[in-house]
Ligand binder design. Structure first.
Ligand code: NAD
Length: 485
């Protein structure tokens, strides 16, 4: 019998499901059991061509609609997503293994937020009037054209919407390629947009691995590429896009610092460290995986952290009581277990966890290492799993320098009750998305993105509009033209 997660076909192009079984089969594995629940096929060159030519053609009429009309469609799509939240959350859980307790509140809901927010903005995207004596200049905010979105596997619904909603609001069309690990959810986003009234061909989804992404990025018809992925992939995609002088947004990896001063409220700081390391089993780009704790409160912090981490409920992700799910794939589980072994070998102290959980599926125990030093592998590389490194520090100056000593710059957080210190420290941290007495909030109203190797451009907020549109300026002369000859 066909599993309910199996989509009607692999791709969604020009308003309909399309299949081409000549492409490489991509098995979809449910991480909680290891069972294969669906198969999709990577896009063949013919499918890539169909998606690009359709999206290129459809964009022209879409850009000619008023922003209010486009916005209405996006807001209708938001309403449909909210109405179907439960079924979309179940699919997200099948796609990623993340527990329903999370997906019910974080995935289709945040996708709907993006559709609603950018739908609301679409009618207000105007230019400027610049007086020049009796002449004037006016500016027009124009769509870029055809945008390509490429997703990571941790938030398949959210990423499809975070890229699609601002792109469509500005009058662009999109070809979205989900991660080959989680190909299911973006198809539902495409279906819902069509149902909400988006013209066929405005938002297309095609499947595939890196080479399909590469074919999209290098096509001369594509005007913009927005990638969520790792730094090595980002470097390749950025270079390929640069060769065609395309616009880019790069949302990449991190190894973010979370700094806890000894005057902080310990329970809030522990809560922040848990949210910043164990949500989605640690598979979050902005995670604060280097937790710097001031020496005076170190043991108290670790004791409380171990106690609360012990309350994590590992189990069936479809059981709403489960608060901690598996790694997305066996491969990701093995990578993370490799880092845990490295941490032990290099002399870090295991406070809790430190092994695979004794159950079916790809579960790793939430793991806390203490006495981690800056040079250890677990303190330098992005692990993308439930592994928290706790490092000690003494002074503010010292911790700021150590926090910044990394190629990454996605996020940073500070816990302290001294508000001048909070702002002073955040002001010095090299990161794009920061938190004071909190961690990992990502509302659509706030810009999100990194500095240094963690990326370029911003998603969400009005900033995203700038990255999915361009400004044309028009000089209007009222008098005669003077010329030298
Ligand atoms: P990945 O870099 O392996 O893959 C990302 C996407 O790029 C996939 O869809 C993949 O098929 C595609 N791809 C790979 N090679 C390509 C190429 N040469 N040309 C075009 N496309 C190509 O990342 P992943 O393992 O899926 O996701 C985990 C990574 O994503 C982590 O580093 C994480 O930090 C990062 N991430 C960042 C954010 C953010 O917003 N900053 C959010 C989520 C995840």
């Amino acid at each position: 019998m066909t599993h309910p997660a199996q989509p009607k076909a692999s791709h969604f192009i020009n308003g309909e499901y399309v299949e081409d079984t000549a492409g490489t089969p991509i098995p979809v594995i449910y991480a909680a059991t290891g069972e294969q629940i669906a198969t999709v096929y990577a896009a063949t060159p013919a499918i890539v061509e169909q998606a690009l030519s359709t999206a290129k053609e459809a964009q022209k009429a879409w850009a000619k609609m008023t922003g209010t009309e486009r916005g209405r469609i996006l807001r209708r799509a938001a309403d449909i997503m909210r109405e179907r939240n439960h079924e979309l959350s179940v699919l997200e859980t099948y796609d990623t293994g993340k527990p329903l307790q999370e997906t019910l509140v974080a995935d289709a809901t945040s996708g709907a937020d993006a559709l609603e927010y950018f739908g609301g903005l679409a009618g207000s995207l105007t230019g400027e009037h610049i007086p020049m004596g009796e002449d004037w200049v006016y500016t027009v905010r124009e769509a870029l054209g055809l945008c390509v979105g490429i997703g990571a596997w941790n938030y398949p619904t959210q990423i499809a919407c975070w890229k699609g909603a601002p792109a469509l609001a500005c009058g662009n069309s999109m070809v979205f390629k989900p991660s080959e690990t989680t190909p299911l959810c973006a198809l539902k986003v495409a279906e819902i947009l069509l149902e909400a009234g988006a013209p066929a061909g405005i938002y297309n989804v095609i499947q595939g691995m890196g080479e399909v992404g590469g074919a999209l990025v290098t096509d001369p018809r594509v005007d913009k590429v927005s990638l969520t992925g790792s730094v090595p992939t980002g470097k390749k995609v950025y270079a390929a896009a640069a060769a065609g002088m395309k616009h880019v947004t790069m949302e990449l990896g991190g190894k973010s610092p979370l700094i806890i001063f000894d005057d902080a409220d310990i329970d809030n700081a522990v809560g922040g460290a848990i949210n910043g390391n164990f949500y989605s089993s640690g598979q979050v780009c902005s995670n604060g995986t280097r937790v710097f704790v001031q020496k005076g409160i170190k043991e108290k912090f670790l004791a409380r952290l171990a106690e609360r981490t012990g309350n994590a409920i590992l189990g069936d992700p479809m059981d709403e009581a489960t608060s901690f799910g598996p790694m997305v794939t066996v491969n990701q589980m093995n990578i993370v277990l490799g880092y845990i072994e490295k941490g032990k070998e290099e002399g870090a102290r295991v406070v809790c966890g430190g092994a695979r959980a004794d159950m079916p599926g790809y579960y790793i125990q939430p793991t806390v290492f203490a006495d981690v030093t800056d040079d250890m592998t677990i303190a330098r590389e992005e692990i993308f799993g439930p592994v928290m490194s706790v490092l000690d520090f003494e002074t503010e100056e010292e911790v700021v320098a150590r926090a910044n000593d990394t190629e990454f710059g996605l996020s940073a957080g500070v816990f302290t009750n001294d508000f001048s210190r909070a702002h002073r420290v955040i002001g010095q941290l090299e990161a794009g998305s920061c938190f004071i007495n909190s961690y990992n909030d990502a509302p659509v109203e706030a810009p999100f993105g990194g500095v240094k190797a963690s990326g370029v451009g911003r998603e969400n907020s009005k900033e995203a509009i700038k990255h999915f549109s361009q400004v044309k300026s028009v000089y209007v002369r009222m008098g005669d033209v003077e010329a030298a000859f």
